[in-house]
Design a protein around this ligand. Structure first.
Ligand SMILES: NC(=O)CC[C@H](N)C(=O)O
Length: 460
């Protein structure tokens, strides 16, 4: 089996076995007999044991159970049955997604020790596809925060610099993949919770078109904005994972050799502009496009409408989920999450209904826009990973960390569009992500385009 193709000189930890190894390489090694699924689970176990005390990526691990399942997958392979490209591959599951054999806590004191009755649909699909669940990864409490540093299990730490946040809310999934504990992990994305930590940890992160992947058994934050998604080392790994999650409906698309029409979206008025981050991402967008990128028509004029629709929808839906808990067990919440939930309560019924109507109007506007461009390109996150617990971005035009982390990702949740964050390079040794957004329902084409045109950045 080949060695990892790229090195990670800026990484603050000695990476685990899976960093830089593609799922296709692991499959080849298993097919050739040089590795078994049990070996892969042992590699995951060793990396978790060594790295988790530093990174707090996993909140529950069961290597013994995973080894037993791996034994079954190895026996199947020996008898000639290979379920598909995830057969025997260790995976991690965000801890707001139900697993029948492991606790599911949502990062919240209210659910410590909670054992769901059944697997979430997406977990069941991954297992049917042959993937082996090794554990549950830390989520920001109730997935209500993009920083990944508030949960009953504490904060996840960024493998590139352990004083910094991973971003969230799929915080542990990002730390687990970026450090090489597992090759791929499940996350959920309501406003950026897959793409934000992927960008801040140097990973590929994909959020599908809304409703494309079942959310049955996913603890909701705001159900009409939310989708399960994937955090991976490379686009090809994200593709095979999404195929499994979609129950096979997400067939690989082919892309023509023609050029791609990329519309560049300026940060303002969505988020502050860090010149170094924007320059790095724009250069990546130009490499991807194979030439200069032109400003996308008519995106920024919708910024205010998108933000206000997002605010009303997320707050109304999140409060509906938590109303009784906020009344009866307020003391169990993290204070910041409680404060955000209390601030969500005042949204009026008419404001929510109006926001839903606005969403429908905006979806029609963007459907027209995607007749002119193939993809929109912009940073996934306007800044590199802030320090743990940092809440304001210093400098001119200082802004809140939360708003800054989410400003460039959450517009696409309002619209329900597929979006991917791709590693674009590094600024001061910390990763930044290029985000590509495509028309609703074109998930296969977006992934195929990314697979065919994106080149992993080389560290200097
Ligand atoms: N769950 C997410 O997608 C990110 C967090 C959430 N949107 C928030 O406002 O904090």
């Amino acid at each position: 089996m080949t060695q990892p193709s790229s090195s990670f000189p800026h990484l603050a930890v000695e990476p685990g076995f899976f960093r830089g190894r593609r799922i296709a390489d692991l499959q080849e090694a298993m097919a050739g007999g040089s590795l078994t699924a049990q070996d892969l689970v042992r590699h995951a176990g060793a990396a978790i044991e060594r790295l988790n005390p530093q990174l707090n990526a996993f909140v529950h691990v069961d290597i013994a159970a995973a080894l037993a399942v791996a034994g079954e997958r190895d026996a199947e392979r020996a008898s000639g049955k290979v379920r598909g490209p995830l057969h025997g591959i260790p995976v991690a599951i965000k801890d707001n997604v139900d697993t029948a054999d492991m606790p599911t806590t949502m990062g919240a004191a209210h659910f410590l020790g909670h054992r769901p009755q059944a697997d979430a649909r997406c977990v069941a699909l991954l297992r049917e596809a042959g993937a082996i669940v090794v554990g549950k990864t830390l989520t920001h409490e109730f997935a209500y925060g993009p920083t990944g540093d508030r949960s009953v299990q504490g904060a996840a730490r960024n493998p590139w610099r352990t004083t910094q946040m991973t971003g969230g809310s799929s915080a542990g999934s990002a730390a687990a993949v970026a450090s090489g504990m597992v090759p791929v992990a499940l996350g959920t994305d309501t406003g950026g919770s897959v793409r934000v930590p992927s960008a801040l940890c140097g990973l590929v992160g994909f959020k599908p078109t809304h409703g494309r992947v079942s959310d049955a058994g996913v603890f909701p934050l705001a159900p009409t904005l939310e989708d399960p998604g994937v955090l991976a080392n490379c686009v090809e790994d994200a593709q095979v994972f999404m195929q499994a999650l979609s129950g096979g409906t997400l067939a690989p698309a082919s892309v023509g050799a023609d050029g791609v029409n990329v519309g560049w979206v300026a940060n303002a008025p969505f988020a502050i502009d860090d010149a170094a981050v924007t320059a790095c991402v724009r250069a990546a967008a130009e490499r991807f496009a194979g030439g200069a990128v032109q400003p996308a028509p008519a995106v920024t004029q919708h910024a205010r409408a998108l933000q206000s629709a997002l605010g009303a929808i997320q707050r109304a839906e999140a409060y509906e989920v938590h109303a009784e808990r906020v009344e009866s067990e307020p003391g169990k919440f993290d204070p910041e999450v409680l404060e955000r939930l209390r601030a969500s309560r005042p949204v009026q019924g008419w404001e929510y209904v109006r926001a839903l109507k606005e969403r429908t109007r905006l979806q029609a506007e963007f459907a027209r826009l995607f007749q002119q461009v193939d993809v929109l390109a912009l940073p996934a996150v306007a800044i590199t990973a802030p320090a743990l617990q940092q809440r304001t971005v210093a400098g001119p035009g200082s802004a809140g960390v939360r708003e800054t982390l989410l400003g460039l990702t959450n517009p696409w949740n309002v619209l329900g569009l597929p979006a991917i964050s791709l590693p674009a390079g590094w600024v001061n040794g910390m990763p930044v992500g290029l985000q590509l957004v495509a028309a609703a329902g074109t998930d296969e084409a977006l992934l195929a385009l990314a697979a065919s045109r994106w080149q992993a950045p080389q560290a200097d």
